[in-house]
Design a protein around this ligand. Structure first.
Ligand SMILES: *[C@@H]1O[C@H](CO)[C@@H](O)[C@H](O)[C@H]1NC(C)=O
Ligand SMILES: *[C@@H]1O[C@H](CO)[C@@H](O)[C@H](O)[C@H]1NC(C)=O
Ligand SMILES: *[C@@H]1O[C@H](CO)[C@@H](O)[C@H](O)[C@H]1NC(C)=O
Length: 245
């Protein structure tokens, strides 16, 4: 307003800019969506610039516009029908990448860039993906020597959950084993087991805890007492498997 007729001078003054992302870290839930935003500083029109987002390397384009044309690259196929670049605020130097139907493989670093002639600046955002697993299944294996194997398992976790086993008084029972395996979708199937020799615990509780979201799943089971032991002995069952939801 103070300088009618010298817009080109103003433009020159603004040619140097920096780029910042609205958040350096972000968490998205599996199957949900993520919005990653970045912004020119000082705010200015970026409609004439080359803009976009890529993954770890520039060849892994997510959503890029060069000379107003959408480019595709090595990684674009993963994103082709799942991303939208919101550019309605590009006049103020702001753009937002929206990713739908988040999968485990979307986790990682995203670079956002603005390029205007010789000036190129970028900012990064780390996207973390989290998934709360399914209800814990507990299996019991009992022998006539009063040994009990308690096995807790659940699928659909990301990232690796913390697994814990406690007795009825809330004391931690150290597990004999903790195993995790990854399925084709990148989700983890977790299994924890403990061998209780000459058991004195009345019940045990398994707890799986997602460290990113602090969400938990818990399941408990009452262990066989004396009456049950007798019935096991009389029916001469050596190994029995319970499945409790
Ligand atoms: C994207 O959607 C189009 C039209 O619905 C479809 O033809 C194409 O196969 C899809 N591409 C991928 C990679 O899913
Ligand atoms: C979301 O992605 C998964 C694979 O990651 C696919 O199996 C599922 O069909 C997709 N859902 C939608 C609504 O596109
Ligand atoms: C099992 O525990 C009981 C008491 O809890 C004890 O008297 C017994 O000796 C133990 N047996 C073995 C084999 O450790």
């Amino acid at each position: 307003p103070f300088c009618h007729g010298c817009l080109s001078a103003v433009r020159l003054h603004f040619e140097h800019f920096t780029v910042s992302s609205s958040r350096s870290h972000q968490v998205a839930m599996l199957g949900g969506h993520a919005e990653l935003s970045c912004q020119l500083s000082p705010p200015q029109n970026a409609e004439h610039m080359n803009v976009g987002w890529y993954r770890d390397h520039y060849s892994q384009l997510v959503h890029v516009y060069e000379h107003r044309k959408k480019l595709s690259g090595k990684n674009t196929q993963n994103y082709v029908n799942r991303t939208v670049l919101l550019m309605d605020a590009l006049g103020e130097g702001k753009m937002t990448l929206r990713i739908h139907n988040i999968s485990v493989f979307d986790e990682g670093q995203y670079h956002c860039f603005f390029q205007d002639d010789d000036t190129y600046e970028e900012a990064t955002t780390d996207l973390k993906v989290a998934a709360l697993g399914m209800n814990i299944q507990i299996n019991l294996q009992v022998s006539d020597t009063k040994d009990i194997i308690v096995e807790c398992s659940s699928g659909g976790w990301f990232p690796q959950a913390l697994m814990e086993l406690r007795d009825s008084r809330g004391n931690v029972i150290p597990p004999s084993s903790k195993i995790s395996s990854q399925d084709v979708a990148g989700l983890l199937h977790l299994k924890m087991s403990v061998l209780l020799k000459n058991n004195t615990h009345r019940s045990v509780t398994c707890c799986f805890h997602n460290p990113v979201t602090s969400q938990k799943k818990r399941a408990g089971i009452v262990l066989p007492g004396e009456c049950l032991w007798l019935s096991f002995l009389f029916s001469s069952v050596r190994q029995t498997k319970y499945k409790i939801k």
